[in-house]
Design a protein around this ligand. Structure first.
Ligand code: MEV
Length: 321
């Protein structure tokens, strides 16, 4: 028997523009995780994936070609050179809200890949996990940049440019985020394709917005490295204004981000694809409680206070090979 976990994620700056080649910065969130537990099943029982949170029970032998969890499981088995489906049963659980911008799909797939490797007595390096999970991400995202699978697989704050190896880095000083859920579920694939439609018809305008976002992401990296929370907060606000201008914000996001700023947050923005999902607010130990209270009063369904860059993990539970 083996088990493995994978964290949720936030995009600190640069979502959407990252799909068009600009850099972005993302960080793992270990307060919410996906977990996969795998055990041998009775001979002839086949390879079963039980994902109760998704209401899914999949027999891998019969699962369709466009079922993300089946795609990723088949790829992991192939990578391990396991040609015949073993009699294994995998239970998947996640407390990461689905379609909430926190990388639920990537985390489920990452936990699944790690558990399959662990059951085969191997440890999957982050680059391999990320590559395998990317193949399933296109079912959630349409045209994913690859940032979600990368940050979840590496479990570290990363500088990411599509098509290039990620650069994990450590912020120069501890930073604190409030992550607040609008309660609105917004599938990434819909927002990403709406942005693409608009980009196709207003290419010049969108390219210059993406350039501006790219510039602020560079400034945000410097602010993170120097531990300059005041500058980073201002960059969150600037990024949010650009995201609103391309139509991926919504009333609930605006209500939560402005409530957070009024309560003392240094900056706030949507995180992930937008259209709902979660917002992030940069807070300090002295303002965290007031911001949390204000977010809940403004309608947040759940607020997580989390440090950035403080935790890394290989996602394997203690005692696994
Ligand atoms: C989703 O977490 C981030 C987006 O930029 C999509 C992607 O990069 O694949 C909206």
């Amino acid at each position: 028997m083996a088990s493995a976990t994978a964290p949720g994620k936030v995009i600190l700056v640069g979502e959407h523009a990252v799909v068009y080649g600009r850099p972005a910065i993302a960080a793992p969130v270990w307060q919410v995780v996906a977990k996969a537990t795998i055990a041998p099943a009775a001979p002839g029982a086949g390879f079963t994936i039980v994902a109760r949170d998704l209401g899914q029970v999949l027999q891998l032998a019969d699962a369709s070609e466009d079922e993300p969890l089946a795609v990723v499981a088949r790829l992991a088995l192939a990578r391990l050179g396991i040609a015949h489906l073993p009699d294994w049963r995998i239970e998947l659980h996640s407390d990461i809200p689905i379609a909430g911008g926190l990388g639920s799909g990537a985390a489920l797939s990452t936990a699944l890949v790690r558990a399959i490797f662990a059951q085969a007595g191997q440890t999957a390096p982050p680059a391999i996990v990320s590559e395998l999970v990317y193949a399933s991400e296109r079912f959630y995202h349409g045209a994913p940049s690859g940032i979600d699978n990368t940050v979840v697989a590496y479990g570290q704050t990363i500088w990411f440019v599509k098509g290039q190896p990620p650069e994990p880095f450590t912020p120069g000083a501890p930073l604190l985020l409030a992550i607040a859920d609008t309660g609105i579920r917004s599938p990434t694939v819909l927002t990403v394709s709406a942005v693409r439609e608009a980009w196709l018809t207003q290419r010049q305008r969108y390219e210059s917005i993406f350039d501006a976002i790219g510039d602020l992401v560079h400034a945000a990296r410097r602010a993170l490295v120097y531990g300059d929370a005041v500058t980073l907060g201002a960059l969150f606000n600037e990024n949010q204004a650009w995201l609103a201008s391309i139509g991926v914000s919504c009333d609930a996001i605006e209500a939560l981000t402005s409530a957070a700023r009024k309560a003392g947050a240094l900056g706030a923005k949507l995180s992930g694809a937008g259209g709902g999902g979660n917002i992030i607010a940069l807070v300090e130990p002295t303002t965290a409680a007031a911001v949390q209270t204000a977010l809940l009063a403004a309608g947040a369904q759940r607020v997580i206070i989390t440090p950035i860059g403080a935790h890394t993990s290989d996602g394997l539970d203690a005692g696994q090979p």
